[in-house]
Design a protein around this ligand. Structure first.
Ligand SMILES: C[S@@+](CC[C@H](N)C(=O)[O-])C[C@H]1O[C@@H](n2cnc3c(N)ncnc32)[C@H](O)[C@@H]1O
Length: 218
């Protein structure tokens, strides 16, 4: 928790109920330790989708399709969502869950490693007006390099889990040796999105930390 637990609970208590199928999907994910977007980040994601009304959305990291279902619930009529997942155990559930939503025909699940999928989407000349990045944290920099050229100017890249449960502020020597690479790469990623003159980024302490990045120029 990067904000006090009581505060997070209070903010969550103000949320209006989500559709029953989403509540069930969230419950199932939490009971089965599937890492999905947290309550307060859900509210921010929903808000940003309703605010920006994107028509071509890309999600990197589907898991079992919870955030993809949430996005599909609030995206405009006619909008399309492409979401990428590579782990078969997750895909088994994602296929089923995404086939059952109202907007199933507007959602495409790409079953591939994200880096590979992003390269294919680039070759196809695809462009997106909203990207939600929520996959392997150590690869964010690589995903960024491939996703950014496809993001339209004036559009948003939203990246989840950037504050790493608060450990992002710790010295690398305080981080377990096995987690040091992710720690270092996340810091590099944050430095890069904060200092690229073509981008404006705000890092917000919501959920596990979200970076909101506006692309200002190609
Ligand atoms: C945090 S979960 C995504 C949660 C989902 N966005 C949600 O909120 O419902 C991250 C997912 O990214 C997937 N993932 C990690 N690295 C990946 C890669 N290189 N290519 C495709 N999927 C990847 C993992 O298998 C995992 O299911």
């Amino acid at each position: 928790m990067i904000i006090e637990e009581r505060m997070a609970d209070y903010i969550a208590s103000l949320e209006s109920e989500m559709p029953e199928y989403l509540a069930q999907l969230e419950k199932h994910a939490l009971e089965n330790e599937v890492p999905i977007i947290r309550k307060d980040s859900q509210a921010l994601l929903k808000f940003l989708i309703e605010l920006t009304k994107p028509m071509e959305i890309l999600e990197i990291g589907t898991a079992i399709g919870f955030s993809a279902s949430l996005i599909s619930e609030y995206m405009p009529e006619g909008a399309k969502l492409t979401t990428i997942e590579k782990v078969e155990m997750r895909l088994v559930e994602a296929r089923k869950n995404l086939a059952a939503i109202k907007r199933a025909k507007d959602v495409t699940l790409i079953e591939d490693d994200a880096l590979n999928a992003l390269k294919v989407l680039r070759e196809q000349g695809r462009r997106f007006d909203f990207v939600f990045m929520d996959a392997a944290k150590a690869q964010y920099m690589n995903f960024l390099e491939n996703a950014l050229p496809m993001l339209k100017v004036g559009s948003l890249l939203v990246t989840d889990n950037v504050l790493q449960e608060g450990s992002i502020i710790d010295s690398k020597f305080a981080i377990e040796r096995r987690d040091r690479t992710i720690h270092m790469r996340m810091r590099d990623f944050l430095f890069s999105i904060k200092h690229d003159p073509k981008l404006t980024t705000s890092i917000v302490a919501v959920g596990d930390g979200m970076a909101l990045t506006l692309k200002k120029q190609d």
